[in-house]
Write a protein that binds this ligand. Structure first.
Ligand SMILES: Cc1ncc(COP(=O)(O)O)c(C=O)c1O
Length: 391
């Protein structure tokens, strides 16, 4: 079979020259066009008031691109500093009283858990649906939802196991009791399609699958499903008109999701993400998804044949770009792989390989050759496996 080539030409990401980048679940690689974007930011900054107008144009264009990815309108998009801040702003906007409950699951990133744990000491029940291996069947979440559930917080794709939720059953169960669905799309947006119109709120970081820089978090509030709340923080940017005569007595919040923004956002990050989204949107989303599922599907099969203990589903419907295996000394193994210019994330008892549209079968080949050479011949019984500290 002809090997699958990357969907993008190599010149678009010069950093990849000689490198195998399986690190996107942690950080995406910089794109060549982001140099020009950084330069445009600096040049516009030198234009004083005209520069501010130029920044505003890029900002609005970025809101439209994010909205396009999610099938919603630009008025639903707020630009914050990072995904964790976005989660906190959502948490702060939900009225909770003792006896209410929040439903999470065991495969969540800490940023989805910590802000709710602060409420646990105030009588709110934080329920965590268990995982089976790395899988979290929808029923393990929906079983915990009852008429006191106020929020169901779920990563569309788990940072830990790579499990991809079918959000249909989860949102239906939440909707039935009036609970808000908060979806963390940090590990899915940009690589698989995210059903933004099916959920109440989507948040995401910018520097992973969306290939932006640091300093930006996205909050997308689906006003067609739920009216905008009163945010827990307010500043000049959250209000529509600031120079009113009665500004020392009152303010009126923006009618759009911009009400979540308290001050100026990180414009360098906005230029960077605008450039990466323009690049990403050139590729039809269904082709990106199909490409990545084929690559990760091959990788899970090959790793399993070699005796690695997979945390990731073999079912295409429940996988995206992340493939994880248990590895007791994951950080050391990732370090050894980096020495061979194969970059992945290791730690927390596992190795995670993340494949995006710019990866191809040759990257999978190089990873497998490197892993094989590090571990020596694979014994038939994975439990007796020796080698490089695989648990
Ligand atoms: C699923 C998920 N959510 C949130 C974050 C944190 O993102 P940020 O640094 O933008 O807050 C991460 C980082 O790895 C993540 O994997």
């Amino acid at each position: 079979m002809t090997p699958r080539a990357p969907l993008s030409p190599p010149g678009d990401i010069p950093e990849l020259d000689g490198k195998v980048w399986l690190y996107t679940g942690a950080e995406g690689p910089p794109l060549a066009r982001q140099q020009a974007a950084a330069q445009a930011y600096l040049s516009n900054r030198g234009l004083a008031e005209a520069g501010r107008a130029a920044h505003a144009e890029v900002e609005e264009r970025l809101r439209r691109r994010i909205a396009t990815l999610l099938g919603l309108g630009p008025e639903s998009v707020a630009l914050l500093s990072n995904a964790s801040e976005a989660i906190n702003l959502v948490v702060g906007s939900v009225p909770l009283v003792p006896g209410d409950n929040i439903v999470l699951n065991a495969m969540e990133y800490p940023s989805m858990v910590q802000p709710w744990l602060r409420w646990a000491s105030r009588g709110v029940d934080v329920r965590v649906a268990p995982a089976i291996g790395g899988d979290v069947p929808a029923s393990s979440i929906t079983d915990l939802i009852d008429d006191r559930t106020k929020v169901v917080g779920v990563s569309h794709v788990s940072y830990l196991s790579g499990w991809r939720h079918d959000l249909t059953a989860i949102t239906a169960a939440a909707e039935a009791v009036g609970a808000l669905t908060l979806v963390d799309a940090t590990q899915s947006l940009g690589v698989v399609r995210v059903p933004g119109n099916q959920v109440d709120v989507v948040i995401s970081s910018s520097y992973k699958w969306l290939l932006g820089g640091h300093g930006l978090g996205i909050l997308v509030w689906n006003t067609a499903r739920r009216p905008l709340p009163e945010p827990s923080a307010v500043g000049w940017r959250s209000v529509g008109e600031i120079f009113t005569d009665d500004r020392l007595e009152r303010y009126e919040l923006h009618s759009t999701a911009r009400r979540f923004e308290v001050g100026l956002p990180s414009y360098p990050s906005i230029y960077s993400l605008d450039a990466s989204l323009a690049w990403l949107l050139q590729f039809p989303p269904e082709e990106v998804e199909e490409h990545v599922l084929a690559l990760t599907g091959r990788l899970v099969d090959e790793l399993s044949e070699r005796g690695w203990e997979l945390l990731t589903s073999t079912d295409d419907a429940h996988r995206a770009g992340n493939v994880s295996v248990r590895a007791q000394h994951g950080a050391e193994l990732a370090g050894e792989l980096a020495g061979r210019d194969v970059h992945c994330w290791g730690g927390d008892g596992r190795l995670r390989f993340s494949l995006h549209l710019f990866n191809g079968d040759r990257d999978v080949d190089r990873l497998l050759v490197a892993l094989d050479s590090m571990r020596g011949p694979v014994p038939s019984d994975p439990r007796r496996r020796g080698g490089a500290g695989v648990s």
